[in-house]
Every structure is written in C-alpha cells, then in structure tokens.
Design a binder for this molecule. Structure first.
Ligand code: SF4
Length: 308
C-alpha cells in the first residue's frame, strides 16, 4: 500500500514536470478519480473547464474527462493542441444520437430550434440551434421566442425542463446510464440511513428521483449549494466522483452517495500512467474539423451570450 502511494506520488511529480515543460494546462472533470483531480490545474464541469482553459496562454490542453469534453475544448481553443489521454473514454449518452439521427428527426417535426445539451458530440452540436448545460437548460429554452423546441440527447434533462417551461418540449430518448439507473427504492434506503441529510439530485436522474430531491443541481451547483447550506449532511444523486471535491471544499460536512453503483466506467478509464504517456508523446489529440467546429461554436456561443 505504502509502495503504491510512493509510486503515485512520483507519477504526480512527473505529470507536473511534463505539464510545465510542454506549457500545458491539465483539466479534470468533477467525476475523475481523486489522484487525477489532485494533480490537475483546474477541476470542474466540462464547459466551465473549457472556457477557462481557452483564456490561458497554454499551448496544450490535457483533458481528463470523456471524448465530447475534449471536443468542446477544441471547439473553443482551435489554436491549442487538445489531448485526451484515453481516446476510448466516450460518453454513452452523447453517442445515443448521431448527426444522421438528428437530421432524420428534424424531417419528422415542424421547424423548431434544437437545444442540445453540451454532453453531445461536435457533429451534433454543429446541427443545433443552441447548446445548454444542466444548470441553464430552463433559462435557455425560456429565452427562445418559439412555442416548441427539440431537446437532445437527454430525455431526463428534457422532461425536467418541460416541467418548468410553458413551451412544448420534444425530446430524444437518450439518457445517461449512470444517472438513469438510480431507482426510488435505492434512494429511499439512503434516505432512511441518513434521515437528516438533504438530497441533491442531478437533472440527468429520472423524473421520479427528481421528485424526491431537496435540490436539483448541476455538479458545480452541488458544490456551491453544499458550501452555502447550514445543513451538515447530504445525499448526492450523481456520479460518485463528485464526492471528492465536495468533501474537499466542505470539510466537516458529510456526503453520502445515493447509490454506490453510480460509477461511470468511462470517467474512471484514465490513469496517471496514461497522462504521462500522452504528455511525453503528445498522444491522444482531439481536433474538431473547421467545417464542424464553426457551426458547433455558434451553438455554444449563443448559449454563452444568453447565460451571462
Ligand atoms: S456520467 Fe453519464 S453523461 Fe457523464 S460521461 Fe458518464 S455516461 Fe456520459
């Protein structure tokens, strides 16, 4: 055990040295393993990370997350090299709709804006009217001067939004397998075990789970809410990686997963060894072609303009 820790400490030092030598910035999503979040320059949610990295003078963005996140970094920072140390770290929800699927769906519907969750591929963003995050989805839909919208790819985020807008929300039947698997019975067990805890749910959870929530929040929203609350205990309805930044930012408070099974295997693929290899050999580059990048950037930019 002690030997493993020594090896990991050496790897972390090596990562920091390589980052400096390469003039690289390391980003880690809130769901990444603790040893990766510990060594990163910035931790947070995917869009927030890409926006911050775009403003730095780093030549390389090393993204510890999944493929669509590295694409978003490339969309916002076309002049930087974006590395994803594990190119096989994908997002099953993002992959549930392709550009072809979307084109087909649009032919079935009367003309309406497409509101696309940032958890989507660049190809799909490029065909979209505007992007949204889990934090601003309702605001984005309400800001559009139309009676109907199509929301993709997450049916749960779409149903959450539909319940908070007067507009008709059509949606794609995609979902995050990690959030969608949380069932009321399992959550009820966690609530019974921790009767004093507030339950924070992510909008990617099913509607019946959201009905049981004290607060419905994005990952960044959870960090803010827990920090500002005068309550000491929280049940957390999102991927378990978030427990690390929650405990770090709120020492003395208690956080319990709504279910130990809420683990995203793609978010756990990357290791310090992969990161070292990627930085040493510039392996795992993700670059969005200009034909896709420019319309995708438009959809992201419209969202940013509406949500500041
Ligand atoms: S937690 Fe869900 S939405 Fe996030 S990367 Fe994993 S599968 Fe995709």
């Amino acid at each position: 055990m002690r030997k493993d820790k020594l090896i990991m400490d050496e790897q972390k030092k090596k990562v920091r040295r390589l980052l400096k030598e390469r003039n690289a910035i390391m980003l880690a999503h809130n769901y990444q393993p603790p040893e990766i979040q510990e060594v990163a320059d910035l931790c947070g949610d995917s869009l927030e990370l890409s926006r911050k990295a775009a403003k730095t003078d780093a030549e390389i963005i090393l993204f510890c997350g999944v493929h669509f996140m590295a694409e978003t970094a490339s969309i916002l920072s076309p002049d930087k090299t974006v590395l994803l140390p594990r190119l096989d770290a994908g997002c099953p929800m993002a992959d549930m709709i392709t550009a072809k699927d979307l084109e087909h769906k649009l032919k079935e519907l009367p003309p309406m804006p497409v509101v696309t969750y940032v958890n989507s591929t660049a190809d799909v963003k490029a065909l979209s009217t505007i992007c949204c995050t889990s934090a601003n989805a309702v605001q984005i839909v309400n800001s559009l001067d139309v009676p109907e919208v199509l929301m993709i790819p997450d049916r749960n985020l779409a149903r959450y939004t539909a319940a908070r807008t007067k507009k008709k929300v059509h949606y794609w039947n995609g979902y995050c397998p990690i959030h969608d698997r949380l069932k009321p019975e399992e959550l009820q067990k966690a609530k019974n075990n921790h009767p004093d805890a507030l339950f924070m749910a992510h909008p990617e959870c099913r509607p019946e789970i959201l009905e049981m929530a004290d607060a419905i929040l994005s990952t960044s929203g959870m960090l803010k809410f827990a920090g500002e609350s005068d309550r000491r205990s929280f049940i957390v309805g999102t991927e378990v990686g978030i427990l690390y930044p929650l405990k770090k930012s709120c020492p003395g408070k208690n956080f319990f997963p709504a279910s130990e099974t809420m683990v995203c295997p793609n978010m756990k693929k990357m290791t310090l060894t992969d990161i070292i290899r990627s930085l040493e050999h510039l392996e795992g580059e993700v670059k969005v072609d200009e034909k896709i990048r420019l319309p995708a950037l438009e959809a992201v930019r419209r969202m940013i303009e509406l949500s500041v």
